[in-house]
Design a protein around this ligand. Structure first.
Ligand code: SF4
Ligand code: SF4
Length: 104
C-alpha cells in the first residue's frame, strides 16, 4: 500500500493559515473608533496649503482616518476626531503640517 501525498492541499492549507495570521496583524483604521477627541488634545496639526503638494501621504498614514483627501486636491482634517499624534506632520515630505498648541 502506498501513501497518498497531496502537496497541493498542504500548500493551500498553509496559505490559508498565513492569510489568517496576516489578517490579524493588519491595522484597519476607522473614523473615531475611540470616540470624539474632546478637550484632552494638546497639539493639533495645521496644514500650510501654500506648501502642500497634494501627495496624500498624510491621509495614508493617519491612524485615526481623520484626514480627508482625494487625488489632486488639498487634504483637510476632521478635528472632532484628530488625536494630535503628529504622525501626519512627521510624514509630510515638504513639512507642510505644523503642530500647534491646542487653543492657539
Ligand atoms: S495628528 Fe494624528 S490623528 Fe491628527 S490628523 Fe495627524 S495623524 Fe491624524
Ligand atoms: S503629506 Fe503634506 S504635502 Fe502631502 S498632502 Fe499631506 S500636507 Fe500636503
Amino acid at each position: 500500500m502506498s501513501l497518498k501525498y497531496k502537496p497541493i492541499d498542504l500548500e493551500k492549507e498553509a496559505l490559508e493559515d498565513l492569510r489568517g495570521f496576516i489578517d490579524k496583524l493588519l491595522s484597519r483604521p476607522s473614523l473615531g473608533s475611540s470616540g470624539l477627541t474632546g478637550t484632552w488634545r494638546l497639539y493639533k496639526p495645521s496644514i500650510k496649503i501654500d506648501k502642500c503638494i497634494k501627495c496624500g501621504i498624510c491621509w495614508l498614514y493617519c491612524p485615526d482616518d481623520v484626514i480627508r483627501w482625494v487625488p489632486k486636491e488639498y487634504p483637510s482634517i476632521d478635528y472632532n476626531y484628530c488625536k494630535g499624534c503628529g504622525i501626519c506632520s512627521n510624514v509630510c515630505p515638504v513639512k507642510a503640517i505644523d503642530l500647534i498648541i491646542e487653543g492657539e
